[in-house]
Design a protein around this ligand. Structure first.
Ligand SMILES: *Cc1c(COP(=O)(O)O)cnc(C)c1O
Length: 488
């Protein structure tokens, strides 16, 4: 007798479909206290359909589900702009120490001096890394850091009676959150062009900067993965017009220990701890987007800011604070990871993070540029943007290439972003990948280009071996099925 094993078959049944009446995942000890009536019988419901399954079934179900995800712990994940790098597990362990993990935000300051010192020291580190010494850790995401920074800029202009400054100048190569945050902060958004080299069109900026300019927002490196070579001229143009310079430093992976934003004439920036500083981005967990400002703007920072006084460490409210932007003091556990990461690496370690991130991206760019067009043919920073226009002419677009990469165990790069590049594939290898991994990626990208001529159907039908193959993305987005239902 032959038994077909089905070892590679995936059990697609949902937990609900595995239900067996009467099966349980737990046992409750026999009660040794007298039964009590419920205060309100209507709180009891019989109509809830819950799966009846054993503990082992629950464990297997969720363990298998967890393995269906691509994650940085299982696969190369060159998702540009997101810095999906390996984050040392020891930082998770440190953030889980009881003295850090089991405290309450409303505890009196004197009972949490160590935690407050951690916040103060982290503020000082970030101030040092960016040369912008006023720091608030309150923002819970990069976009919220932008919003807070822009409110600081508005408060600064208002405090000087300069209330006609209502315009934010934003380059067309900015991260998408920049114009959105500016609009939310009540500013009118004006776009400045990039030139054919991917730099800000300085002449265009000169025409736009005037007495209405509140702030100029620069994503640096730009979403093309490029450093802005005219940055000093740009910050001067804005300052001469009376405006402030905001740098979107969400991703500091290219700048650590190499460039300080404050030294370039930047007045305000934010950075995502959940990209560069040891918390994964895009994991659906908490984020942290501290805002850093020049000395003279620190009185406007969102509260609270950790300070060292004669009575020890306290959470203080800056003199002319824009107020609270969330319930407490930001994402403490993310701050703890960032602190451990920065202290473990030290300034030399941080510098080598950025150097390796930059070398990795340039290595990929150099090895692929004969096959794929580049958004800009010059050295990149921590990420490179390819343009699959040559491939598109032969019938395979950026989306197809991204899907085919999945067959080789590689997460898709960021696609169709930045918007100013046709068929964009934005690749950020990060510093944590080995040369062998980069070589594997390069070989696969070259093979995919060859397949366009030899076997295009392989690409059009990809991915082939994943639990879910090519999706109808429009229907998935418009009519998502988010709940189990007995009828389906
Ligand atoms: C990720 C990112 C943001 C937004 O950060 P969120 O935490 O997702 O809000 C903003 N700007 C840049 C350049 C980024 O890379």
């Amino acid at each position: 007798m032959t038994i077909t094993t089905g070892a590679n078959e995936i059990d697609r049944r949902l937990l609900m479909d595995r239900s067996m009446a009467g099966r349980k995942a737990f046992t409750v000890p026999i009660s040794d206290v007298p039964d009590q009536d419920l205060p309100n019988d209507e709180l009891l419901r019989d109509d809830l359909e819950l799966p009846e399954v054993s503990q082992l079934e629950v464990i297997r179900y969720f363990s298998v589900l967890s393995q269906r995800n691509f994650s940085i712990d299982t696969n190369f994940y060159p998702l540009g702009s997101c810095t999906m790098k390996y984050n040392p597990k020891i930082n998770d362990e440190l953030a889980s120490l009881p003295g850090l993990a089991d405290i309450h935000p409303l505890q009196p300051d004197e009972t949490v001096q160590g935690a407050l010192r951690l916040l103060k020291d982290l503020q000082d580190c970030l101030g040092e890394i960016t040369a912008l010494p006023g720091v608030s850790l309150a923002p819970l995401a990069g976009a919220q850091g932008e919003y807070a920074g822009l409110l600081v800029a508005r408060a600064y202009h208002d405090s000087r009676g300069d209330s006609a400054r209502t315009v934010a100048i934003v380059p067309d190569s900015a991260h998408g959150t920049n114009p959105a945050s500016a609009a939310m902060a009540g500013l009118d958004v004006v776009t400045v062009r990039s030139n054919e080299h991917g730099n800000i069109d300085v002449q265009n900026l000169r025409e736009l900067a005037n007495e209405n300019t509140a702030v100029f927002m620069l994503t640096i490196p730009s979403t093309l993965g490029l450093f802005e070579p005219n940055i000093l001229e740009i910050t001067k143009i804005i300052h001469d017009a009376g405006g402030l310079v905001y740098a979107d430093g969400a991703n500091l992976n290219a700048l650590l220990g190499l460039v300080k934003l404050g030294d370039l004439g930047v007045d305000i920036c934010h950075s995502n701890l959940h990209k560069t500083f040891s918390t994964p981005h895009g994991g659906g967990g908490p984020g942290s987007g501290p805002v850093m400002v020049a000395e003279e703007l620190s009185e406007f920072l969102p509260k609270p800011v950790a300070e060292l006084t004669d009575d020890g460490y306290v959470l203080a409210t800056p003199k002319n604070s824009i107020g609270s932007i969330n319930g407490f003091h930001g994402s403490f556990s993310i701050a703890a990871r960032a602190y451990a990461y920065i202290k473990a690496l030290g300034i030399e370690g941080l510098q080598s993070v950025s150097e390796n991130a930059i070398i990795g991206a340039n290595y990929i760019q150099a090895k692929l540029k004969d096959k794929y067009n580049l958004a800009a043919d010059r050295y990149c920073m921590h990420e490179t943007v390819l343009s699959a226009t040559r491939q598109k002419k032969r019938g395979v677009g950026g989306l197809d290439i991204a899907k085919r990469l999945l067959d080789f165990g590689i997460h898709a790069p960021t696609m169709y972003f930045p918007l100013i590049v046709d068929e964009a594939l934005m690749i950020e290898p990060t510093e944590s990948e080995s040369k062998e991994t980069l070589d594997h990626f390069i070989a696969v990208m070259r093979q995919i280009d060859d397949e366009i001529d030899s076997s295009p159907e392989l690409i059009h039908e990809a991915p082939h071996d994943l639990p879910v193959t090519r999706l109808d993305e429009a229907t998935a987005a418009r009519k998502p099925i988010l709940r189990w239902s007995a009828d389906e």
